[in-house]
Design a protein around this ligand. Structure first.
Ligand code: EPZ
Length: 420
């Protein structure tokens, strides 16, 4: 899937109406794919969406000997023969989740050579919490230029206190600990739904992990794992993006395979701007009429606070609200690149460090804009759905990293959007 030259052309003004199935979660599947390396038997992951990040994760896994068979609705992962513990440097630079492989590889082979991961350019994104956590479990780490050499032959169970509830560090340390003799305790861990999903996946292979979704996770070491078939949770960020898209264009959209419990913070905000949101088991029905009201303050936080991954999409919505809104981005230090692009469309956004002040305007005007990262790109698409006239969104490979044919989903709901 090489979409580096692709663009979206959007003609704004259509409302969104209809019913759509929410894809399974990219941020669940990526650590789960890393977790497959722990098991020397075949593992089946169902409902895998076609995403650039997943394609690249497949290539990294194949580079160390993992066999992958991709079907229409599932993929078979066979890690019976791991032939290398050195991850492909160039591929690691394409995605953040390459770092998740470190813990699984150390658990399986006790050695690993990795490079610093890539991913969205939304901040410095260090991996100090990952590495110090592993060192507390006895891993010896040597950093040489752009490579990190890890020796885990003396790795042991223990207790790790995370300075910050990092999603990736939590996932990495969970996977590193599964074969350690005794009990490993991780404190001040991330509580995102994707952490719970990873725990459920690992336990379905025979791991003994508990506490995911709380601030403490306990991993009791086991000797080996068995195969499993697993369906990851729905993607709460794609779900939230489609809800905000409906809020910005107006209309009535039903989301199936949804999980409203994972989006309670967003649902509260969208209700406060005037949306009608009805939820029942795995269905979310959102109706939006008229101009959205402004929101005094959105503070992005770790889960269950307002998700940083929906910040850009909410900024697009607030750009056309009936007042002044404030966003404070507390999780990443450089996640406002989309603001400049929205201002090219006639938005009125002022940035000061981590604070964005958004003065709602009556109308956005279509313009050529550039996506700089996955969720910022999605925010620009949402603005284009509302703007008067044509919007061209460039560099949409960023969007393809996390949305499975985003243009098809939006067209099905009535948007006028084409990939060229
Ligand atoms: C995961 O990234 C997600 N990616 C991100 O989604 C998401 O925005 C983020 O969690 C927060 O929810 C995947 O799951 C693949 P963190 P991750 O470690 O694990 C700092 C998307 O759009 N930090 O919780 O990298 C870090 O700099 C992507 O789908 C350290 O300082 O997030 C950041 O400020 C974007 N040292 C904060 O913690 C570390 O060792 C949160 O990072 C690790 C992190």
């Amino acid at each position: 899937m090489n979409t580096y030259q692709d663009k979206f052309i959007i003609i704004g003004g259509n409302s969104l109406n209809g019913c759509i199935n929410v894809q399974t979660s990219k941020n669940s599947i990526l650590p789960i794919l890393a977790g497959c390396v722990l098991c020397d038997k075949q593992v089946v992951i169902k409902k895998v969406p076609k995403l650039l990040d997943i394609d690249n994760m497949f290539k990294i896994l194949q580079g160390i000997g993992v066999k992958i068979v991709e079907g229409d609705d599932e993929c078979i992962i066979d890690s019976s023969n791991i032939c290398s513990n050195t991850l492909n440097q160039d591929l690691c630079k394409t995605l953040r989740s390459s770092i998740f492989l470190l813990g699984a590889l150390l658990a399986r082979t006790r050695q690993a050579v990795i490079s610093y991961p890539g991913g969205c350019d939304i901040g410095n994104r260090p991996i100090d919490l990952h590495l110090t956590g592993l060192e507390e479990l006895g891993v010896k780490i040597l950093k040489r230029h752009s490579l990190i050499y890890c020796d885990a032959k003396d790795m042991h169970s223990g207790t790790v206190q995370l300075d910050f509830p990092s999603v990736g560090a939590t996932e990495n340390l969970m996977m590193a600990s599964v074969f350690l003799n005794g009990v490993t305790i991780l404190n001040n861990v991330a509580k995102e739904p994707e952490i719970v999903d990873l725990q459920n996946f690992l336990n379905s292979m025979g791991c003994k992990i508990s506490g995911a979704g709380t601030s403490q996770i306990t991993i009791e070491g086991v000797n080996n794992l068995h195969s499993t078939q697993y369906t990851p949770i729905s993607d709460r960020i794609v779900e939230g993006t489609l809800m905000i898209a409906t809020a910005i264009t107006g209309g009535n959209v039903v989301l199936k395979n949804a999980n409203y419990k994972n989006n309670e913070s967003l649902i509260a905000k969208l209700s406060s701007v005037g949306c009608q949101i009805d939820v029942k088991s795995d269905i979310i029905n959102i109706t939006s009429k008229g101009r959205p009201q402004s929101i005094d303050l959105i503070d992005t936080q770790v889960y269950p606070g307002f998700p940083t991954d929906l910040q850009a999409q909410m900024m697009a919505l607030q750009s056309v609200s009936d007042g002044v809104s404030i966003i404070c981005e507390n999780v990443f230090e450089n996640r406002y690149k989309h603001a400049k692009e929205l201002n090219k469309m006639g938005a009125n956004i002022i940035l000061r460090d981590r604070v964005a002040v958004i003065k709602g305007v009556d109308e956005l005007t279509g313009a050529p804009v550039d996506a700089y990262d996955l969720r910022g790109g999605a925010g620009l698409v949402l603005a284009g759905l509302k703007a008067k006239g044509y919007t061209t969104v460039n560099n949409i490979y960023h969007i393809d990293r996390g949305y499975d044919h985003f243009e098809n989903i939006l067209s099905e709901l009535g948007a006028d959007i084409k990939r060229i």
